[in-house]
Structures are given as C-alpha cells and as structure tokens.
Design a protein around this ligand. Structure first.
Ligand code: HEM
Length: 142
C-alpha cells in the first residue's frame, strides 16, 4: 500500500517537474535589448502623462535622462533579427540599426533639453519625432 502511494507521489512529482520545464520554455527570457526598450517605453509614457497634467518639466528631468540612459544601453546591443533568421549577420543592417538608434539618441537629448527649458510644446513635438523613429525601428528590426 505504501509502495503504491509512493509510486503515485513519484509520478505526480515527475509530471509537475515536467510541467515546470515546459512552462519555463514557454515564457522566454526577454533579451537585454527588450528590457532597455520596455524601460524607454515606461519613461516615455511617464513623460506623456506629465505633459497632459501640465506638470513641472525641469523638476522631472529624471524622466528624459532615464530614456537617454536606456538608449545608450541599447546602442551596442544586437537585435535578435540581426543575430538569427534570414537577414542574420548583415553588416549593413547592423550599421543601419546603430544609425537609427543614434537618431533616437539625438531626439531623446532634445527631449531632455525641452524638459530643462520647460518647453512643453517642444516636448510634445519631440515625442512625436521619437514615435516616428520607434515605428521605423520596429518596422525594420523587430
Ligand atoms: C523610444 C522609442 C522606442 C520604444 C519605446 C521601444 C519599445 C520597445 C518595446 C516595448 C519592445 C518590446 C519588448 C518586449 O518584447 O518585451 C521593443 C522591442 C524591440 N525594439 Fe524597440 N522601441 C523604441 C525604438 C526602437 C528603435 C529606434 C529600434 C531600432 C533601431 C528598435 C528596435 C527594437 C527591436 C529590435 C526589438 C526586439 C528586441 C530584440 O530583438 O532583442 N526599437 N521596443
């Protein structure tokens, strides 16, 4: 009887361990690039909310500065598409990625300046430019 119970317990354990492995394989780790991008997105949203609320821009310089930091982290990383897949290891594509991220870097520094000079109108215009660059980047690389 005891043996029988142990058998079931063992089987249950084996099944649950297997399931754990399966679950882990399902939700893949985000790439370091995805992590940097997520944080850019969070901070961009915070910037938009602050502008809608007509908040104090110079007092919230930490927001655009955080975006600048994340773009800096993303610049030397290599998109998954450039690592694997049909366009993998394209030298030109990797150069194009860096150029576009550099455009983004210039724009997020513009946003830092808009915040520093309390230029809400400028900040809204800059955010639109950033969103265009994001669309271009995702169309090409994501
Ligand atoms: C402020 C502008 C941008 C924002 C807010 C943004 C946001 C995001 C988000 C939320 C993701 C998904 C992360 C996930 O899957 O969990 C992502 C992925 C990605 N983005 Fe952006 N993005 C921006 C600009 C760009 C630009 C300019 C490029 C290319 C030059 C780019 C290339 C990518 C790539 C390649 C991925 C997939 C991750 C990987 O390959 O490892 N993004 N981005």
């Amino acid at each position: 009887m005891l043996n029988f119970k142990m058998g079931h317990l063992g089987l249950a354990l084996a099944i649950s361990l297997n399931f754990a492995n399966f679950a882990q394989a399902q939700d893949e780790e985000p790439t370091p690039l995805a992590v940097a991008m997520q944080e850019m997105g969070n901070q961009l949203k915070a910037a938009g909310q602050l502008l809608s609320a007509k908040g104090d821009l110079p007092a919230n310089l930490a927001i655009p500065r955080a975006i600048v930091t994340e773009v800096g982290k993303a610049l030397p990383l290599i998109p998954l598409k450039v690592q694997t897949g049909p366009v993998a290891n394209s030298n030109e594509l990797l150069i194009q990625y860096k150029r576009l991220l550099t455009e983004l870097l210039v724009s997020v520094i513009d946003l830092e300046e808009d915040f520093a000079t309390a230029d809400a109108e400028g900040a809204l215009a800059t955010i639109n430019v950033i969103k265009e660059i994001r669309k271009k980047g995702h169309d090409l690389f994501k």
